[in-house]
Design a protein around this ligand. Structure first.
Ligand code: SF4
Length: 416
């Protein structure tokens, strides 16, 4: 659980992006700090409307870098002129808006629990299916709050999902600290059964499965991929945070998987699904990470080529075992993070490049900037359709679109 500080500059649309980021952070159990100096992470949502604004953004970034533990820069200037921050020597992660919540979580799982009622936010219904996990990661503070996995019966979650669909949800996001271990405390892992049952609910909607650690999925990956293959309502998307390409580091992190298990799952999905998205996370600069370990993480990323990658620079969370380890220097962490982030951009951009010219069925999930809408295709890739009112598209609609171009982490398309 992190304390965050967020600063937003520019237009109403940018403020809307900040609201989304904040909502995701609060959903993940994070709290606003009193100011940047009290925050674990500061988020600067930038504007680049005129040159004077750019200069102000650079100045503010440098101030925040000095005041806070970790800095994330996002927004228009980050996307259009991210290099300027790097060239000015600002030590920060420069990210797209959508990548910010995950990066701010420092490799930990979200802290949402099923104690609260499911939340319907526009067309999106959030369904926390269980509290807790089966792990005890050495860097994690979330575990102190959430404890060991405690799974409600499948029927309870199906009932909540049905209520969300009846209330108008078009996208159900299944979430929890570790969705892959759902049911393990009661005998068997039950994620495949739960997904089948939710997809059986009558209605036109999509289902996205939230973070599932490789240790929880390994062993049920065959059963799970069958569920994906037979249910069109399920986005072909899985978030498997590997965190490192080195087994030694994974051991020090006390992760419950090793690299081979992660690769096994990816290969199973590759064999069965033609079009899917692998999302994964890497923590860079864990205290015991050597140059060789870092090289292994780079090699793993380039080998499996995930379509969505979150790179987080390690930072200590109070009370965790990793906080007592002797940390690496800031410069080294910064260099490794820069190297990994740059490779990540190439890999992700390549995935979107390959989509250009394809026709995709999408769900319009929310309004975008100006007269645009944000959509998700069958593999949960983000697609923007401009001039939405002209095409009569609004959140909740399904449409067939042709991808015409792309930016690094999303594509542009027009209805066909
Ligand atoms: S899986 Fe690890 S990081 Fe996630 S909540 Fe459990 S202990 Fe924390």
């Amino acid at each position: 659980m992190a304390r965050y500080h967020i600063e937003t500059y520019g237009c109403t649309s940018n403020r809307g992006e900040s609201r989304h980021i904040e909502q995701a952070l609060r959903d993940g159990g994070h709290h606003p700090a009193d100011g940047p100096e009290d925050a674990d992470v500061a988020i600067l949502n930038t504007c680049t409307v005129v040159e004077k604004t750019e200069r102000n953004m650079l100045t503010r970034a440098k101030e925040l870098e000095a005041e806070t533990a970790d800095l994330i820069i996002t927004g228009c200037m980050a996307l259009a002129q991210g290099d300027e921050f790097r060239e000015a020597g600002v030590d920060a992660d420069v990210l797209h808006w959508d990548e910010v919540p995950q990066a701010a979580m420092n490799g930990e799982c979200p802290t949402v629990t099923p104690d609260t009622d499911p939340v319907l936010d526009g067309t999106v219904g959030i369904l926390p299916i269980a509290r807790g996990c089966m792990s005890n990661c050495s860097y994690c503070i979330t575990k102190f709050a959430t404890g060991r996995i405690d799974s409600p019966p499948v029927e309870d979650n199906v009932r909540k999902a049905r209520a969300l669909v009846h209330a108008g949800a078009k996208e159900i996001r299944i979430t929890g600290q570790d969705t892959g271990v759902y049911g393990w405390d009661t005998g068997d892992r039950k994620l495949p059964e739960l997904l089948d049952r939710i997809c059986d609910i009558e209605g036109d909607f999509r289902v996205r499965v939230g973070m599932a650690n490789p240790g929880g999925i390994h062993g049920i990956q065959e059963e799970l991929v069958d569920v994906f293959a037979r249910n069109d309502k399920l986005y072909n998307f899985i978030h498997l945070p590997v965190q490192s390409g080195s087994d030694d580091v994974l051991e020090d992190m006390r992760r419950q998987h090793r690299v081979d298990k992660f690769v096994d799952i990816v290969e199973t999905f590759d064999e069965r699904l033609d079009y899917w998205t692998l999302s994964t996370d890497f923590i860079v600069g864990f205290p015991t990470e050597t140059d060789e370990d870092h090289a292994m993480s780079m090699a793993l990323m380039k080998e499996v080529r995930p379509e969505k990658i979150n790179v987080t620079r390690f930072s200590k969370r109070p009370g965790t075992d990793a906080a007592d380890m002797k940390g690496l220097g800031g410069t080294l962490k910064k260099e490794r993070s820069k190297e990994m982030s740059s490779a990540k951009m190439d890999i992700v951009a390549d995935a979107y490049e390959q989509m250009v010219g394809s026709v995709q069925e999408v769900l319009v999930v929310e309004e975008g900037t100006g007269d645009s809408v944000k959509c998700r295709d069958s593999a949960y890739r983000q697609i923007i359709v401009q001039n939405a009112s002209e095409h009569g598209l609004e959140p909740g609609d399904f449409a067939e679109v042709e991808v015409t171009s792309h930016q690094t982490v999303y594509a542009f398309a027009t209805p066909v």
